[in-house]
Design a protein around this ligand. Structure first.
Ligand code: KG4
Ligand code: ZN
Length: 357
């Protein structure tokens, strides 16, 4: 089975061709970074227009890279949500048009399921597994029991972790997008232990997250130090923030691991996914935790952690294998939780199913 995947839910336009033998035949991603940088964040209208402008060309390039023609494609999968609705519409309409013109099945993929199943594309991880999904719009711990079968153990009560990276980077004067810039700055720290930041939720029952207190603590330090910060202050604060986030994650994951083992005594892996999974300090901390708990740890390659279309094509393949397709009147979904039974976290109703995924 060979599937064309399309991703347009945020600020990356992407197309990929993946086979059910877990082979990525093509994978092209166009970042809209330059379009949004002047505004310090993603502007939905600009994103939608940029997707519209570039998607056709990207699909053509993916087809060329794969050396395949449309006659070789078995199905078309596109992100059907959650995300910025204008962009999702562009991807879904394009996929439907190709499916209709070629008489192919269409699959509307939940973007979060794309992230969640990436470890099966890259590492053939068996169900069940414990997933830490950390991106610009989400911060969740989920038990992945099968395709479309998710049980949420925890979520954030305020900011998503990627959002916290982005906002903190802005406070430090590092620019946008914050995550990678903050990681780079932290690597230059000469005194990474200089600032002691609070560790929200650590030691508390449950598996929920909170990051707004941490961000406020960073802001106080910045105000005390005075702006613009020196390179040294930027680096030391970035390092403190990054280490603290990794510690918070490890604490929450340790609790989720205990819950997971009760639910599935036969065990399973700890998998990390989403853009923040690109962070090397976080990956190293999770590896240490998994080693201690005797759980295998799987982190997809960096390129497949951030938004891409290979994960959408793969999630499409997983759904197609179960005989699941979507009708051509599928309506894009700005909100689409993986576990619809999960209650909103206390503090901010509905968080975790917002626009950025
Ligand atoms: O999954 P993703 O590409 O987009 C969605 O949110 O769907 O994740 C983007 C998020 C941004 O907040 C970005 O700052 C963060 O992932 N990110 C990182 C790193 N690379 C990307 N955060 C920390 N360290 C990184 N190296
Ligand atoms: Zn994403």
């Amino acid at each position: 089975m060979i599937v064309l995947g399309i991703e347009t839910s945020c600020d990356e336009t992407a197309a990929a061709i993946v086979t059910d033998a877990r082979e990525i035949r093509a994978d092209v991603v166009l970042s809209q970074l330059d379009d949004h940088t002047p505004y310090g964040g993603v502007v939905p209208e600009i994103a939608a227009r940029a997707h519209l402008e570039h998607l056709d060309g990207l699909i053509r390039r993916a087809m060329a890279d794969s050396g395949l023609g449309f006659a070789d494609i078995d199905a078309v999968a596109a992100t059907g949500g959650p995300g910025l609705i204008g962009g999702v519409i562009v991807g879904v309409m394009t996929a439907k048009a190709i499916a209709a013109a070629r008489g192919l099945p269409f699959v509307a993929v939940n973007h979060l399921e794309g992230h969640a199943l990436t470890a099966r594309l890259t590492n053939d991880v068996p169900f069940p597994y414990l997933l830490l999904l950390v991106s610009g719009g989400h911060c969740q711990l989920l038990v992945v029991e099968g395709v479309g079968r998710y049980r949420r153990l925890g979520t954030t009560i305020d900011d998503a972790v990627g959002e916290a990276f982005d906002k903190t980077a802005k406070l430090l004067g590092l620019g946008y997008p914050g995550g990678p810039l903050l990681e780079k700055a932290a690597a230059l720290a000469t005194n990474p232990g200089r600032f002691d930041l609070p560790r929200p939720m650590v030691g508390r029952p449950g598996c929920d997250f909170s990051f707004s207190g941490l961000k406020t603590a960073v802001r106080r330090h910045v105000e005390e130090l005075g702006t613009p910060l020196s390179g040294e202050d930027q680096a030391d604060l970035a390092a403190a923030f990054q280490t603290t986030v990794a510690e918070v994650m490890a604490d929450r994951c340790a609790r989720a691991m205990r819950r997971f083992k009760e639910m599935h005594p036969q065990g399973g892996a700890l998998v990390v996914a989403g853009g923040v999974a690109a962070n090397k300090t976080l990956r190293a901390r999770l590896q240490t935790l998994a080693d201690r708990e005797g759980m295998p740890f799987v982190a997809p390659p960096l390129r497949l952690c951030t938004d891409n279309a290979a994960m959408i094509a793969w999630a499409g393949i997983e759904r197609l294998r179960l005989g699941q397709t979507d009708p051509l009147d599928f309506a894009p979904r700005p909100r689409w939780p993986l576990d619809p039974t999960a209650k909103p976290a206390i503090g901010k109703a509905g968080v975790g199913s917002g626009v950025k995924a």
